[in-house]
Design a protein around this ligand. Structure first.
Ligand code: SAH
Length: 395
């Protein structure tokens, strides 16, 4: 018999208005076997059937809705869901060969992330339910995308919250140690098994494109560069030079490789440093070098709600330091990928950074994650990337 979760009174409203999660403190009772990752039925306190979804007693998110129907979850179910995610991207993203093809809850596939690197898929199973159904999901991915290989990059810390191990490995077919992808005519070398996250950050593609239009003839400082994607977009669009700063030797080597691949190595250089130290380094300050454009793309500095204040302060410090290093009238392209920093907090952070740096700052563009990472409007949790291009005003 299928396990039934019964909600407390009045706890169905969020789900009925389009959210997909139920938290453990919203449950009044559980009837039947409790198997982590199992597909169970959800009922209101008044015993109205609400849908089927993944059960995980080890997570605060005890239930993730898969469907509001009673139909059995068959192999065709997974194929249809994945096909629908692929169809959305063909419609919205044109002929992109390398992009995020599944973005979890926003594609009605809770806890499943799939990035496509030409004909290789890199997958993250971030919910116990997806993990338990991984064979069916892999079969559906093969049917829809017919890839040469599929690799699991299950090293995300989100898996810890689900009580899952952090493991990676090839799930199917052949996955080369390195491969090449193309974004807007720019070439990138990607290491699907060794790179950070799934190997490349597709979420900033449209933001790189937006910034690229201002780069001709300019100098760029690419802070938290990883493999230098912002630098490559800038240089291929006529930037005079780009300097990438990152603490990872491996990332900078990959960035230099990308510069060679794109024939821009003569205008590219890499600095291995902690980015906070880089800005506070007395030698750096003394050199007084200013840049026309600075990109800030740090990892999430607010890791959880408890660290909101400390993370917020770190963002202010970093942004103020970057503003101080801009040449007159320069541009700052700044991001936050912290889920716990809201778009409104991000704006307040920018205001404080401008104040700290004693700069008058205008908002040129405010952007978010790329269209292959759509935000599910009924689930604010699916919006995580904040990105702004700011222009400083002489005062
Ligand atoms: N801008 C990149 C993505 C950045 S990911 C792109 O467009 O692809 C964040 C990067 O920050 C990683 O490469 C990581 O190595 C680096 N990083 C994290 N903490 C750092 C620190 N304190 N100083 C320097 N680099 C850091």
């Amino acid at each position: 018999m299928t396990t039934k979760l019964i909600l407390r009174k009045n706890e169905e409203h969020r789900l009925l208005s389009g959210h997909l999660w139920i938290f453990s403190n919203e449950i009044a009772g559980i009837e039947g076997e409790q198997i982590k990752g199992d597909i169970v039925e959800l009922y209101s306190a008044g015993r109205q059937f609400l849908g089927q979804g993944f059960f995980n007693p080890s997570s605060l998110i005890i239930f993730r809705l898969l469907t509001r129907a009673r139909d059995a979850i068959t192999p065709e179910f997974w194929t249809e869901r994945i096909r629908s995610a692929a169809d959305y991207r063909s419609k919205i993203m044109g002929g992109q060969k390398s992009l995020r093809v599944v973005f979890g809850e926003s594609d009605n596939l809770p806890g499943l992330i799939v990035d496509k690197y030409a004909d290789v898929l890199s997958v993250q199973f971030l919910s116990a339910g997806m993990e338990l159904n991984s064979d069916a999901v892999v079969a559906a991915l093969r049917r829809v995308f017919n890839p040469a290989g599929i690799i699991a990059r299950n090293d995300s810390s989100l898996r810890v919250l689900e009580g899952l191990e952090q493991t990676s490995g090839v799930l199917w077919g052949d996955v080369p140690t390195e491969l090449e992808i193309e974004q807007d005519g720019i070439r990138f070398n990607v290491h699907p098994s060794a790179g950070q996250k799934t190997g490349f950050f597709f979420d900033q593609r449209e933001n790189r494109r937006a910034l690229a239009q201002y780069c001709a003839g300019k100098t760029l400082l690419d802070v938290f560069s990883y493999t230098g994607s912002f630098s490559m977009y800038a240089l291929k669009n006529g930037a005079a030079k780009a300097v990438a700063v990152d603490s990872s030797e491996q990332a900078l080597e990959a960035a230099s490789c990308n510069a060679r691949l794109n024939g821009v190595a003569d205008r590219f250089s890499a600095v291995k440093a902690d980015c906070f130290d880089f800005f506070s380094d007395e030698n750096e300050k003394a050199s007084g070098e200013k840049y026309d454009i600075i990109v800030l793309d740090p990892p999430a500095l607010v890791k959880n709600k408890k660290h909101l204040q400390a993370g917020f302060r770190a963002y202010v410090k970093l942004n103020a330091a970057a503003l101080s290093r801009l040449s007159p009238g320069g541009l700052l392209a700044t991001s936050s990928c912290s889920h716990h920093l809201s778009p409104a907090d991000f704006r307040v952070m920018l205001m404080q950074a401008a104040g700290k740096a004693r700069k008058m700052v205008r908002l040129v563009e405010q952007r978010s994650q790329g269209r292959d990472h759509p935000v599910l409007v009924s689930m604010p949790e699916t919006e995580y990337l904040k990105f702004a291009i700011l222009s400083t005003l002489l005062s």
